[in-house]
Design a protein around this ligand. Structure first.
Ligand code: ZN
Length: 284
């Protein structure tokens, strides 16, 4: 749906910058404009010495439903997406630059970051939220990554074992489990669960507390904590997973799934057909 609204809003209030994904009409599905917009907003937050903390939020009822698959497979897809879809080389490069490098940039951003999550937080929405240092979740938030059934090997960065532990990550991914905000908090992925109506205020309170730390101290401690993740193998595990993810994109099963989705219009319809006992088209 064409709109004059920017895909991402950027506001600074005191020491806190808020980056808001702004495609509520599609549950903040991430298209190129949105991913570029987030990156540009982080550039501004980086350059502004007054900004000590960045909040990443989603406008509307949902944080983010993931990458904009409609833009990838739809007839209206721009040339860039079509090239990406149609060649493994294009897809590899696109995902490396737009998904992996952009996400890692947020993970490694020198100032502390807080994701304020409400409603659905799905697949690449989850990957994005998990790039932030803290997650404040509304009590209506739910987290899922149901892409295995679509033949996707998770999303590009495998955040789950780091967030949930390996056992729960297996259930989450293989059984397509959905986590409530409370459960995600109990497992350590979410820092605090707050009433949905208070999400913005409570994320701001958290940001204000973090902003009390001198910026250079916050930067050093964040970096040192991220370094622990590196020593534990986070970056290496992500590199491995990204290649596995790419390989899986190029299987006959995945290609057939993409065609099926194009024919039926949505993944929900594909799943409904499978649930009725119709086998997926030319799967291997
Ligand atoms: Zn991918």
């Amino acid at each position: 749906m064409p709109t004059d609204e920017p895909a991402v809003r950027y506001e600074v209030d005191g020491a806190v910058a808020t980056v808001t994904m702004n495609r509520p009409e599609v549950a903040n599905a991430q298209n190129t404009a949105m991913i570029d917009g987030i990156d540009a907003a982080f550039d501004r937050a980086d350059a502004d010495d007054a900004v000590r903390v960045v909040i990443l939020a989603g406008a509307g009822r949902h944080f983010s439903s993931g990458h904009d698959l409609k833009a990838i497979v739809g007839a209206e897809a721009p040339d860039e997406w079509v090239r990406m879809r149609d060649t493994p080389e294009g897809k590899f490069r696109h995902e490396q630059v737009m998904y992996v490098e952009r996400c890692r940039r947020i993970h490694d951003f020198r100032k502390p970051t807080i994701a304020a999550v409400q409603g659905k937080c799905i697949a690449a929405g989850l990957m994005l939220a998990c790039m932030c240092d803290l997650i404040v979740a509304a009590d209506d938030a739910s987290f899922s990554n149901p892409v295995l059934r679509m033949s996707g090997a998770g999303v590009e960065l495998l955040v789950e074992p780091w967030e949930l532990g390996i056992r729960k990550a297996k259930e989450f991914l293989l059984a397509g489990a959905e986590l409530s905000a409370e459960e995600a908090c109990r497992l350590g992925m979410v820092n605090v669960v707050v009433p949905a109506a208070d999400l913005a205020d409570r994320a701001r309170e958290m940001a204000d507390r973090v902003a009390l730390v001198p910026p250079v101290t916050a930067q050093v401690v964040k970096d040192s904590l991220n370094h622990v993740g590196e020593l534990m193998g986070k970056g290496a595990s992500w590199k491995y997973h990204f290649m596995a993810h790419q390989w899986t994109h190029n299987t006959a099963t995945a290609q057939a799934g993409l065609r099926e989705r194009q024919q039926m219009g949505s993944m929900d319809e594909v799943f409904a057909a499978r649930d009725r006992g119709q086998p997926p088209a030319d799967s291997d």
